[in-house]
Ligand binder design. Structure first.
Ligand code: ZN
Length: 112
């Protein structure tokens, strides 16, 4: 049976039309949905001619650029698997997996 809902019913199917912006993009590095802040990261550094950008958490980008030089990033390029093969990155991704999408710690302040 087709369900009819009149124009006068503001609580139709989803409720709140303007409430749902774009669906959360998955972070390029950790694969979790991005939070309020999305960083558009150049897998190949801009200074190296990289034009593609990927959505990332600020903390993920910070970790990435803390662990790789521009030359290394350029070499890996869009190949996120090879970045994840790095033990430090792997460890970070496993660690951040249970954090809130908006979680953003400074790398200097480690909690355990
Ligand atoms: Zn991430």
């Amino acid at each position: 049976m087709a369900r009819k809902h009149s124009k006068h019913d503001p609580y139709g199917e989803i409720g709140g039309e303007d409430e749902a912006p774009a669906p959360a993009l998955p972070c390029w590095l950790c694969g979790r949905p991005t939070g309020k802040t999305i960083v558009w990261h150049h897998p190949v550094p801009k200074s190296r001619g990289g034009r593609d950008v990927v959505p990332m958490h600020p903390i993920c980008q910070k970790t990435l650029i803390a662990n790789f030089t521009n030359s290394e990033l350029q070499r890996h390029g869009m190949d996120v698997e090879s970045l994840l093969a790095n033990p430090d990155i792997r460890k970070f991704v496993d660690w951040v997996a249970n954090k809130d999408p908006d979680f953003n710690a400074t790398t200097a302040k480690k909690q355990r």
